[in-house]
Design a protein around this ligand. Structure first.
Ligand code: BDR
Ligand code: CA
Length: 315
């Protein structure tokens, strides 16, 4: 076991692409996945919790699963598209090997971040790949937890691309923009993987075929998930296939040199109207506000899929 493994919590609403991100994290020796905290989003909370437990059983791994928020802070519940009724597309998962941890996800985050903030303790990295409700509640409960965060690497937002659920808004931010505003305003170091980068991590038919050809139950399962996730919208994405959103966070942690990033101050629009859920970046520092996020804007997509394939083979 490597002593320098990065302590990681994944906050998730599994979710087809969440599942691929979780499998990638489980496969990476450099990551020490401490817990999955589940939030309402793509699927209802209890479905997401069952999917998280089922994925861990599928991967033969034992990681605590904590159930979190059942709904967004203020807005009505919004569910994902493209994930199928179970949230796992065509993947039939085994039942979880153990019950979810009785500690609520928000209580777990507050407790473990307080511990991580103590002198000499290792700070936690959080990959947030669903709506940001759990994290916002933890920060609202005790803003000092931010001192225990090494980085939040989140999938959310869309800048030059516009949105994917409204012309303005990306799903994770739109599903709880008030929570996103709390997290972006928290002072925690944040890396954002918005649609601008995830729509470049395209699961083209050739890349999916390459994954499938690797063989092994995980690469084949992910190829099946990606076939299901295919948007067949080449006019929009420049190729067949679907954008692979959530795994960008894990691949960024493992191989940041695959990505191009730019820092900017990001604001979340949460007033009612057509811009509800939009993310606005002050690319040219027009407001004189300090950047609050590093924004991933490009990726070496072939390098990304090669690394993903290698991880799945290693699982
Ligand atoms: C995000 O929305 C969800 O449906 C996906 O899992 C991803 O986290 C992409 O907009
Ligand atoms: Ca997700």
């Amino acid at each position: 076991m490597r002593a320098d493994r990065l302590p990681l919590v994944i906050d998730t609403d599994p979710g087809v692409d969440d599942a691929i991100a979780i499998l990638a994290a489980l496969a990476a020796p450099a990551l020490d996945l401490r817990a999955l905290t589940v939030v309402s989003g793509n699927a209802a909370l209890e479905t997401g919790v069952a999917n998280a437990g089922g994925l861990l059983a599928f991967a033969g791994r034992d990681v605590p699963v904590h159930a979190g928020a059942t709904r967004p802070l203020l807005r009505s519940i919004l569910r994902g598209k493209y994930h199928g009724p179970s949230g796992m597309g065509p993947l039939a998962l085994p039942p979880a090997n153990r019950a979810p941890d009785p500690e609520h996800a928000v209580a777990f985050l507050v407790r473990s971040l307080r511990e991580a903030a103590r002198p000499g303790a290792r700070r936690l990295t959080i990959c947030a790949i669903g709506p940001l409700t759990n994290l916002a509640l933890a920060i609202a409960q005790d803003p000092a937890v931010v001192a225990g965060i090494d980085r939040i690497v989140l999938m959310g937002g869309g800048f030059r691309t516009g949105g994917n659920r409204t012309p303005a808004a990306e799903f994770n931010i739109l599903a709880d923009p008030h929570a996103a505003a709390i997290v972006l305003g928290s002072g925690a170091p944040i890396v954002m993987a918005p649609l601008d980068v995830t729509q470049r991590a395209m699961a083209t038919p050739a890349r999916v075929a390459k994954l499938r050809a690797l063989g092994g139950r995980y690469a084949v399962a992910v190829a099946d998930l990606l076939d299901f996730f295919d948007r067949r919208d080449p006019d929009r994405y420049g190729s067949m296939g679907g954008p692979l959103h959530d795994p960008c966070t894990i691949l960024y942690l493992l191989q940041p040199e695959l990505f191009t990033a730019r820092s900017a101050h990001v604001e979340i629009c949460h007033d009612a109207g057509p811009a509800f859920g939009q993310t606005l970046a002050d690319w040219w520092n027009l407001t004189d506000r300090e950047p609050n996020a590093e924004i991933l804007v490009d990726v070496d997509a072939d390098g990304f899929f090669d690394r993903l394939g290698a991880l799945l083979q290693a699982l």
